[in-house]
Write a protein that binds this ligand. Structure first.
Ligand code: FES
Length: 117
């Protein structure tokens, strides 16, 4: 019997930063988007893939103007301007189907190659 605990297949880093009122900069969580990631968690649980898919709450991921955002790993797939419908499609096509939803990914103009350290 194999008793090894498997690694997660995917991590989903979800920006749950909210700004105080009157901040000039937008943030990913506001009244309109507050339910977004609980919807994602419920959907992952309903589909029985919570665990192999590990959602991680983060603060700002640096793309606030394009929020709400989340990044799927492996692969640095940054999804932007999220809605519940987009999250459903990302779960079905990227997480389960293993095909990233290209039309929801960040524009390469805002997601250049990483800085060489
Ligand atoms: S507040 Fe979400 S990316 Fe900055």
């Amino acid at each position: 019997m194999d008793t090894t605990v498997p690694q997660p297949t995917f991590y989903i880093f979800k920006c749950e930063q909210s700004s105080p009122p009157n901040m000039p900069k937008p943030s990913c969580v506001n009244d309109d988007t507050a339910e977004l990631f609980s919807h994602m968690a419920q959907t992952l649980m309903q589909k029985g893939i919570m665990g192999p898919v590990q959602p991680i709450q983060t603060s700002c991921l640096g793309r606030c103007q394009l929020g709400p955002v989340m990044m799927v790993e492996p692969g640095h797939y940054m999804y932007v301007k999220l809605t519940k419908e987009k999250i459903d499609k990302i779960i079905d096509e990227h997480i389960i189907g293993k095909k990233p939803v290209v039309e929801y990914l960040i524009d390469p103009e805002f997601w250049g190659e990483p800085v060489e350290l």
